[in-house]
Design a protein around this ligand. Structure first.
Ligand SMILES: Nc1ncnc2c1ncn2[C@@H]1O[C@H](COP(=O)(O)OP(=O)(O)O)[C@@H](O)[C@H]1O
Ligand SMILES: [Mg+2]
Length: 296
């Protein structure tokens, strides 16, 4: 006979349980962040629709719930992170106030561009569709890979975690994000073809280590859109676990409509549906990240 708590545990899929290993628990009580400059984390995958933006918003919100000071950067011209945090189309069109403007005007003060979300402690800098043009515009610039890192320098002491929501490409913008970061989280849809794309992400990270940021770490691969019923998700998870045993995170994000709903509402799932499996999973991810050393 199955009791209710077991069922709940099953809803909250984890790599160890799905793969038939011993369940892992991460302590509810986490250590306070170390004082000093923020840990910068790029959320990267060259494939679109894999949960990068959803992870940035909800991991950010979960870290803020733990009392950390968090800044999110919308580094994708689709600006879906900005929309997901409640900024309306009209305001989104304005260049001033966006990351695009900041990158292009060295005299602009980053502090004037920081917005507050509905979650205490969770700040963000909004995106802009013109960011797509940056890919081409930066090509001839000297030290173009370091633009974002320099831009963040004045506020790095004010935060514990800075999360960068990257665009679905491994172009100049993502290279900027990786150059500015201490570590990377790679959200990966539980689909077979997604596994093939992983080696490309890893190659890019190796190049970054060789050229602009030798300290760059991989904090983990996050399996997203997991579907318990199909069996295919489980096969994909097994494959990732085999090829990338150290990188696969124990926390898994299951497929649920709650994420799309919360985007429409313009808030994280952690506030929109606070006790949903999605919210609980991202809170667990925050604690896993801290216990693995990927957040200070
Ligand atoms: N675990 C999930 N289950 C169901 N839908 C999801 C999940 N994660 C994200 N989504 C939805 O899928 C779409 C793509 O997710 P998104 O985070 O924007 O991906 P990316 O930033 O990689 O393009 C969005 O509509 C989002 O609401
Ligand atoms: Mg996105």
């Amino acid at each position: 006979m199955e009791d209710k708590s077991t069922n709940r545990g099953e809803d909250l899929a984890t790599s160890s349980v799905v793969l038939g290993k011993k369940a892992i628990n991460f302590p509810d009580k986490v250590k306070n962040p170390e004082p000093g400059s923020a840990r910068v984390i790029a959320i990267v995958n060259q494939k679109g629709g894999v949960g990068k933006t959803t992870t940035t918003i909800n991991l950010g919100a979960a870290l803020a719930e733990l009392g950390r000071r968090v800044l999110l950067i919308d580094f994708d011209s689709q600006a879906s992170m900005t929309t997901g945090l409640g900024i309306k189309q009209l305001q989104l069109r304005e260049q001033y106030g966006s990351i695009w403007y900041l990158l292009n005007d060295p005299s602009a003060n980053i502090n004037d561009f920081i917005l507050k979300s509905n979650v205490p402690g969770l700040d963000f800098i909004r995106g802009h569709e013109d960011l797509a043009a940056a890919e081409a515009a930066f090509v001839t610039e000297i030290a173009k890979e370091h633009k974002l890192r320099k831009m963040l320098a004045p506020v790095i002491e004010n935060y514990d975690d800075i999360l960068i929501d990257c665009s679905p490409s491994l172009g100049t913008l993502t290279i900027n994000a990786l150059t500015a970061s201490n570590g990377v989280i790679i959200p990966m849809e539980c689909e077979y073809f997604a596994v093939l794309g992983l080696s490309l992400v890893k190659k890019t990270i190796d190049k970054i280590r060789e050229n602009t940021n030798p300290e760059l770490e991989i904090y983990g691969i996050l399996a997203t859109m997991f579907e318990r019923k199909t069996g295919h998700s489980r096969d994909v998870l097994e494959l990732i676990a085999k090829e990338f045993p150290d990188e696969l995170l124990d926390t898994i994000i299951s497929r649920t409509i709650r994420f799309s709903e919360s985007t429409v509402k313009g808030e994280p799932v952690t506030t929109y549906a606070s006790s949903s499996v999605g919210a609980i999973s991202y809170r667990r991810l925050a604690r896993e990240l801290i216990s693995r050393g990927g957040a200070k």
